[in-house]
Ligand binder design. Structure first.
Ligand SMILES: *[C@@H]1O[C@H](CO)[C@@H](O)[C@H](O)[C@H]1NC(C)=O
Ligand SMILES: *[C@@H]1O[C@H](CO)[C@@H](O)[C@H](O)[C@H]1NC(C)=O
Ligand SMILES: *[C@@H]1O[C@H](CO)[C@@H](O)[C@H](O)[C@H]1NC(C)=O
Length: 300
């Protein structure tokens, strides 16, 4: 009796993880000013994940051909094309064919959401947004002193964020969101208004986003980079002014469920996490306990 039981149990366990012993892989997209092959930032996260999930395959996104292009493309370029490049790489990567989890840092978070909405194959399972800006930003506050590209971009955004050439070439303009001119935003934004179904309701984007198992959004409670900080939880200014902030559940986007977020919320797929500290200021322990253990490591 006993050996049969053990065999049955063993078979049962095998069916839980069909790709024998191969953990669900991970795709990461870095933030502005950073690059995918950095030894310190993305490299550190990769080592941290691998330490806790041995044998996991981790792809750290590199936009363009090399690390210099990757840094520059964090400021300059067309985000739709960047997303398309990464979609193609994911589709062509044999390690990712059975699905993957995704972690996006800062602007990398909304770029990975675009991947989830536009490129459903292979499947993104959990999307983890670390200090993302899902409703865009209205302001680009702290540039590192001496970062001339950043200073110049701030100047351009203040003057003409919705000019056609700016929307085509300046990355931060493509998730700029002016709540004082919502209609201009809807008409002219070439990225964030599109992936949020603010311009036209693209049913496919909605259906694809809903396929996520979990959409985890981390907001830094002392974030002075993301304006308004609620954008990390998909909230934004009440239209027409830039003082009062609406949480996601009170926005039209949610109430009308144009992106499937309400349905996902009701299914328990939206996770809102708060972290004390400024933008991307988290500890290794927090990342391992709250992100790796809960949303990256396969449960047995
Ligand atoms: C936005 O686009 C619509 C439809 O083309 C147009 O009627 C409206 O005037 C535009 N509004 C602004 C503020 O550009
Ligand atoms: C976060 O946003 C709220 C609402 O706009 C604001 O009152 C608060 O000061 C912001 N927090 C930080 C740390 O900037
Ligand atoms: C967060 O901001 C509050 C109020 O601005 C401040 O009292 C607190 O020390 C800050 N905490 C951290 C971890 O930065």
């Amino acid at each position: 009796m006993r050996p049969i039981l053990v065999t049955l149990l063993a078979l049962g366990i095998c069916q839980c993880s069909p790709v024998a012993n191969k953990p669900t892989p991970l795709v990461m997209w870095h933030g502005m000013g950073d690059y995918g092959t950095s030894y310190f930032s993305m490299g550190h996260i990769k080592r941290l994940v691998k330490k806790n999930v041995p044998d996991i395959y981790v792809k750290s996104v590199v936009v363009g051909a090399n690390f210099m292009e990757d840094i520059v493309h964090g400021f300059i370029g067309n985000v739709n094309n960047q997303v398309e490049q990464i979609c193609q790489e994911i589709a062509a990567d044999p390690e990712l064919q059975d699905g993957y989890h995704a972690v996006g840092f800062s602007q990398g978070a909304q770029f990975l959401r675009a991947v989830a909405e536009r490129c459903p194959t292979p499947a993104m399972k959990n999307l983890i947004s670390i200090g993302g800006q899902h409703q865009g930003v209205f302001g680009l506050p702290n540039c590192d002193p001496g970062n001339l590209i950043c200073e110049e971009i701030r100047r351009i955004l203040d003057l003409e964020a919705y000019a056609e050439w700016v929307q085509d070439e300046i990355v931060q303009a493509q998730y700029w969101h002016d709540p004082l001119h919502e209609e201009v935003h809807r008409n002219k934004s070439r990225f964030i208004a599109l992936i949020n179904n603010d311009q036209t309701l693209m049913e496919e984007q909605r259906e694809n986003l809903k396929k996520l198992e979990n959409f985890v959004m981390v907001k830094f409670l002392n974030d002075t980079m993301v304006v308004p900080n609620e954008s990390s939880w998909f909230g934004f200014y009440r239209p027409g002014q830039d003082v009062e902030v609406l949480p996601l559940r009170e926005t039209d986007l949610y109430i009308e469920d144009r992106l499937g977020l309400k349905e996902m919320d009701e299914a328990g797929k939206l996770v809102f996490l708060g972290v004390l500290g400024n933008h991307l200021d988290f500890t290794d322990d927090w990342f391992v306990q709250e992100i790796v253990e809960k949303y990256i490591k396969d449960s047995v």
